[in-house]
Design a protein around this ligand. Structure first.
Ligand code: SAM
Length: 234
């Protein structure tokens, strides 16, 4: 269990259902009009590093908080049968239209603040789970527990991209403090970390072989973290 007290008063996980709905609507607005702004463009360097951690026998991938679905699209082009999930309907629709005609990729609506994961993810079925710029918005311990239960034991890979507090402009607190990034690496069979920019503001993890202590069903307590599910809009 990761001690999230290092976050101090900084809280990106919605405190209650009303805040969750506000944030979901914010993302809906963000994705409602096509604009060139991406959250963080996927560079060739990032892709090359990511690919190094994907086993040739990998077949299935999940993209959590997929947004426009660009990472999901990359994983599908690697030959992985990929499902991207997002709680923004606009993101899901945008991702579907951007990938129209592309094989092996599909998109579904899901709110990962919910106590249960997406119904179509079978336990121990996922080869690669991408979590790009989304983990700090989710209750960390509960989500890690769920993610580990979805990954294939021993070989499943969790790919995380997250901002690091210490390497940001003064006063900025996006992502996690370095101590939490390091705590996330503990217990996996192998763990790699590399930075995506020279300042180390954004860092990436490839974690292989989920820790058994985390591989329990959803619903672990998550001290100091909230995780209120938004009421489903529409
Ligand atoms: C910073 S964006 C990253 C998008 C994409 N992964 C990328 O790398 O460009 C965060 C994404 O997480 C999604 N998100 C945030 N909270 C979520 C939740 N509770 N369930 C599902 N998606 C969520 C947002 O809608 C948004 O698309």
């Amino acid at each position: 269990m990761i001690d999230v007290s290092a976050l101090g008063g900084v809280r990106l996980v919605p405190r209650d259902a009303a805040e969750a709905l506000r944030k979901m609507r914010w993302w809906d607005d963000f994705y409602s009009s096509w604009h060139p702004q991406q959250n963080l463009p996927i560079s060739d360097w990032e892709l090359q590093q990511f690919q190094r951690h994907i086993a040739p026998f990998a077949r299935t991938a999940v993209d959590v908080g997929c947004g426009w679905g660009l990472m999901a699209q990359e994983m599908a082009s690697e030959g992985l049968w990929t499902t991207g999930y997002d709680w923004s309907h606009a993101a899901v629709e945008g991702a579907r239209s951007l990938t129209a005609g592309i094989d092996r990729v599909r998109f579904r609506w899901h709110d990962f603040l919910a106590p249960q994961g997406p119904p179509d993810i079978e336990p121990e079925s996922v080869d690669v789970l991408s979590c790009r710029l989304v983990l700090p918005y989710l209750p960390l311990n509960r989500f890690l527990s769920q993610a580990c239960s979805w990954l294939k034991p021993d070989t499943g890979v969790m790919y995380v991209v997250v901002q690091v507090w210490e390497n940001q402009d003064p006063g900025m607190r996006r992502g996690y403090p370095d101590s939490i990034v390091e705590d996330i690496r503990v217990g996996w069979r192998t763990s790699s970390r590399w930075d995506l920019d020279p300042a180390g503001e954004v860092t990436a993890l490839a974690l292989t072989g989920p820790p058994r202590r985390l591989a329990s069903p959803a619903g672990l307590p998550h001290t100091g973290e909230s995780g209120a599910q938004a009421p489903t809009p529409h």
